[in-house]
Design a binder for this molecule. Sequence first.
Ligand code: FES
Ligand SMILES: [Fe+2]
Length: 361
Amino acid sequence: MTTNAEYGIEGNTFPRGWFVIAEASELGKEPLPLRFFGKDFALYRGESGRVVLLDAYCSHMGTHLAGASSASLAIEGKQIEGDSIRCPYHGWRFDPDGVLDDIPYHEGPCPSKGNLRSYPVREVMGCIMMWHDPEFGEPEFEPPTLAEWDDPQWVKWGPLDHLGKLDIHPIEIVDNMADARHLGPTHGAPCEYFENEWNNHVYMQRQGGFHKGYQAMLRSRTWYTGPGVLLSRQVFGDIKTIELIANTPVDEGTVQVWHGALYRAPALPITDEDRAAAREVQAGALQAFSSDFEIWKNKRAATSILAVRNDGRFSQGRTWYKQFYAAKDQLPAIRERLNGKITLGDLPPPPAEHIEFEETF
Ligand code: FES
Ligand SMILES: [Fe+2]
């Protein structure tokens, strides 16, 4: 486990942004215990369908709201009441904003000291995402969405690949965005053109190269919306796919990772064959990602990088990443310095074919 300080990350212990915390399909009738950002949470779906994320521990005696499935209240399915939740130990009730609003054996108002914190959550693209802000501010931007998610010609990921926890600092996952030089040795698709662009909370990569495995030109436009959610539009041969990679810090120096891919069927209606092709495309994308994953699992921490002239621009990439740990009032200065596009010495910028791909997909 490597600490923020070793990477020169200053400010908060965990970054600000939207983060995947669960797949929507994981939410049944019971609350789900989660641990991220060095904290424990209880996630549940209220009877109206609203998704609620509260601090895990009841203010009465510290019971984990999602940690007592054998309690009578839980067995009877009575923990969730409307969009509120009752603690399984003595039945105290918290509304979706975390307000303690009923103590079954107490008359008069509930102590406001008993309120829990409730966190902004969104259900997007089959994922539950939370807004994590160490300063508890309102979301500064919205989580990414895709028009394709609601397009019937696109086969959805489902389920996501749950890759579990990795003992690596998430900054090293985001290093991939600048890393033009690993695409050949690691993924078998040496890049022929390359560009990074930083625009406030968005980090973009445009690249293309011949993929040995697919025996086709692979073009991709990949972007982070904040530090935790990557989407990547990719075309190779007649395949169009959109990949998702989500990283969410668990504790300092450890991260949880999810992966998925959407696949565009050649025509409507979608057939079983298309669904099988979609699973194959997701598996192919996972295999490529697994090559990164294996490296991350076994490498030592790159707290400093011995970069040569034509290496990826890791340093700018890390500056972009570190902004999410900084106090909000520092953001304008960081962004003003960083925003813009860069190419890499000997690699050309995206050619006309890439620009056409980007304009049409
Ligand atoms: S510990 Fe939660 S109601 Fe008592
Ligand atoms: Fe990679």
